[in-house]
Design a protein around this ligand. Structure first.
Ligand code: HEC
Length: 172
């Protein structure tokens, strides 16, 4: 994907997120009128609270380092690789992002920003290969979050395997 296309994708995503928020708010109020404070009582996360706002802004401003720009997954989503990705997710990511991907793992407590809701973000346009690879490889360093950098821990192939798993499980 070219930088221009990536930029457009991000702009569209941010627009969608912004308008999506309005709709979510409207929906919430609608629900509150009908069903009381149900959403809030159940500790439901608000729309913008599920995503890494700072990271999205940095990406939108063209903050993706050159070595990651345009990177695409060279591997096919074979059952073996998806399974490998699942193992890595359970070992490395679940503690924060949770078994369900919602960002509610035991190690997520007290983190600011909170771990993103991957079950939500994987359905958005921003979840491109270059964005996910950069996020996992460099972790929270570029935006000052607690997300670990995996480039010294996981091989490139293992990072792609996790991405295949996330797409398979949450991307549709
Ligand atoms: C110590 C807790 C922690 C662990 C472990 C962790 N993350 Fe994260 N992750 C975070 C936090 C906090 C954020 C939000 C801030 C940011 O973007 O860095 C985040 C954000 C993300 C995002 C960006 C989503 C968005 O909103 O755009 C992705 C993708 C992601 N993590 C994937 C992973 C994967 C895959 C692993 C395992 C290989 C992992 N994370 C391990 C804490 C963690």
């Amino acid at each position: 994907m070219t930088r221009t296309t990536a930029f457009l994708v991000v702009v569209v995503t941010i627009t969608t997120l912004t308008f999506g928020t309005c709709n979510a708010e409207a929906g919430k109020h609608g629900r509150m009128m009908k069903g009381g404070m149900r959403g809030h009582m159940m500790g439901e996360r608000g729309h913008m609270d599920k995503v890494s706002v700072k990271r999205h802004r940095l990406y939108m401003r063209g903050g993706l380092p050159a070595e990651y720009a345009g990177k695409t997954n060279p591997y096919e989503p074979t059952p073996d690789l998806i399974k490998r990705g699942e193992e890595i997710y359970m070992q490395q990511c679940k503690a924060c992002h949770g078994e369900s991907g919602r960002g509610d793992g035991p190690a997520a407590k007290g983190l600011d920003p909170k771990p993103s809701d991957l079950s939500f973000i994987m359905k958005r346009h921003i979840a491109t290969d270059e964005y996910l690879f950069w996020t996992i490889a460099e972790g929270g360093k570029p935006i000052g979050s607690t997300m670990p950098a995996y480039k010294g821990i996981l091989s490139e192939k293992d990072i792609w395997a996790v991405i295949l798993y996330l797409r398979d499980r949450f991307g549709r």
